[in-house]
Design a protein around this ligand. Structure first.
Ligand code: SF4
Length: 357
């Protein structure tokens, strides 16, 4: 069996909160609390969940941009948590990041050539000017930018072109993993499709792995092989994408999927909506037992006192819930069968007639 390009075991990122003039410790925010994941070459793992659930902190901790409180992060089999100095820099070549805001992530005083060349220079990979220009032009071609863009500045580019430059910069060091933090959310819809196709195409050609942080579940459904759903710093469900979108096992995953936009009026009419009640609890003072219980329509006595473990439901689906069976759920992209009332699972699910969305 091949070694995963990225393996994260029991990652914890806790931030102390201090208050008052004397900065007394007032508690701890557990931004990430016991997260484990594994990513193989040529695969895409999506991290999804509401804002503040710990997705971006996970990404930053993997790149050691924020310190991990505990846990192990292995890149290509090397534990990068113990590395420092030159060895850490070397290891970081294998994992690069694409940021959410393409304009903000590029230095406005640098040309496209200098932006993409920067990591090559910093790692001493290419030094001669002529070779650098050739190398950068080649990388730009990979992301669909012609050499005419070499001398342009970020303000002369559209959002989609800026994101292509961001992706080119991430590709420059030929990493094994790209961590993409909401890479599409700042782009127009038409441009999003182009960037999705670019990412898929690059993966097919280079076998690169993506850790994709996303809000848009339609994008996740299109691009991801596996999905991990996070809630309040913990993974509540992890499964192959096909399985999760066909039969989500956690009430929170079901609520997220029920809110997905489906561009089909027939699906829209018959869809089951499971709105989430209230706001996510404060990470400073999370509820006892299952952290989701104040918002869960299926909560019962054990949920208030005992934290559920991540249990294997078969076919690679792990679910953190006390329920033995997932509650019935009609995915919004399945048409309700004849006679099925909206809001029920009848006529839907794996047997349902798939909508175009
Ligand atoms: Fe809901 Fe209980 Fe399952 Fe938590 S453990 S998701 S509260 S049913």
């Amino acid at each position: 069996m091949t070694e995963p390009v990225l393996r994260v075991s029991d990652l914890r990122v806790h931030f102390p909160v201090r208050r008052g003039l004397l900065a007394r410790r007032a508690g701890t925010v557990k931004a990430v609390d016991g997260l484990s994941l594994c990513l193989n070459a040529g695969r895409t793992l999506a991290l999804v969940g509401e804002s503040g659930c710990g997705k971006s902190t996970t990404a930053r901790a993997i790149l050691r941009l924020v310190p991990a409180t505990a846990g192990r992060i292995e890149l290509g089999g090397t534990d990068i948590g113990t590395l420092g100095g030159r060895r850490l820099r070397q290891a970081r070549r294998d994992a690069q990041m694409v940021f959410q805001d393409p304009h903000a992530s590029l230095d406005p005083r640098m040309t496209v050539l200098d932006i993409i060349a920067e990591p090559l220079r910093a790692h001493g990979i290419v030094r001669a000017r002529g070779a650098m220009v050739r190398e950068v032009a080649e990388i730009m071609e990979q992301v669909g930018l012609c050499a005419a863009f070499l001398r342009r500045y970020p303000h002369e580019l559209s959002g989609g072109q800026c994101q292509r430059v961001g992706i080119a910069r991430a590709l420059a060091l030929r990493p094994k993993v790209i961590i993409a933090d909401e890479p599409l959310s700042a782009l127009d819809l038409s441009i999003r499709a182009q960037i999705i196709n670019l990412l898929v195409d690059l993966q097919r050609k280079t076998d690169i792995a993506y850790l994709l942080i996303a809000h848009d579940l339609a994008v996740v459904r299109h691009i991801a092989h596996d999905v991990a759903v996070m809630y309040l710093g913990r993974v509540v469900e992890q499964a192959p994408a096909e399985r999760l979108f066909a039969r989500p096992g956690h009430p929170y995953s079901q609520a997220l999927l029920s809110a997905m936009a489906v561009p089909d009026p027939v699906c829209e009419r018959g869809r089951q909506r499971l709105p989430l009640a209230g706001e996510p609890p404060s990470p400073l003072d999370p509820p006892a037992g299952c952290a989701f219980h104040p918002r869960c329509r299926h909560a019962f006595a054990p949920c208030r006192g005992e934290e559920p473990a991540l249990r294997d439901r078969g076919d690679g689906q792990l679910v953190r819930c006390h329920l033995d069976e997932p509650p019935a759920f009609a995915a919004p992209w399945h048409r309700a069968g004849p006679g099925a009332a909206p809001g029920t699972a009848a006529g839907a699910g794996e047997e349902g007639q798939a909508c175009s969305g």
